[in-house]
Design a protein around this ligand. Structure first.
Ligand SMILES: [Zn+2]
Length: 159
């Protein structure tokens, strides 16, 4: 099997196990992934400078919860895609085991005890294959969500 094929297969397997919320919304999706993963998932926005080294997004994993960090001021569709991308890393179990730099936590997340943060998911810590898997799964999730939304709108329109 080619690498590209393997990436696609993995993403589709995870997608098939995920129950798409109905009606679809990013919050409902976060709730669903949270139930699958067994921990709480929160979203926190930070100034874009905080994510300089992680152009996409970043997830901090603490005991019992994960915090998805996204840049403030991004267009809504972009924020939703970044959230889906980070959720995809979780669902695909891309554990880097790396801890975020202490200075980064102290500068941007003063409410966190740096010792509580067990590890992070973030673009810079993954190899390309994992990025491809996450990006593909995120795209598939957004596609399904959008398809459901437009089907519903069309249903309303047609009565
Ligand atoms: Zn990523």
């Amino acid at each position: 099997m080619s690498e590209k094929r393997a990436v696609e297969r993995r993403a589709r397997e995870v997608l098939a196990r995920l129950r798409m919320p109905e009606p679809w919304s990013i919050d409902a999706l976060i709730g669903e992934v949270s139930a699958v993963m067994g921990f709480e998932i929160q979203v926190q926005t930070v100034p874009p400078e905080a994510l300089e080294d992680s152009p996409c997004g970043m997830t901090l994993v603490c005991p019992g919860q994960a915090v998805l960090v996204v840049a403030e001021g991004s267009p809504r569709w972009h924020t939703e895609l970044v959230i889906c991308h980070e959720l995809a890393h979780m669902l695909l179990e891309h554990q880097s085991g790396e801890k975020p730099p202490r200075e980064l936590l102290q500068a941007w997340f003063p409410s966190f005890d740096p010792d509580d943060v067990q590890m992070m998911f973030g673009r810079t810590t993954f190899d390309t294959r994992e990025e491809q898997e996450a990006e593909l799964l995120a795209t598939l999730i957004v596609d399904q969500g959008t398809a459901k939304k437009s089907a519903r709108m069309l249903g309303t329109f047609l009565g």
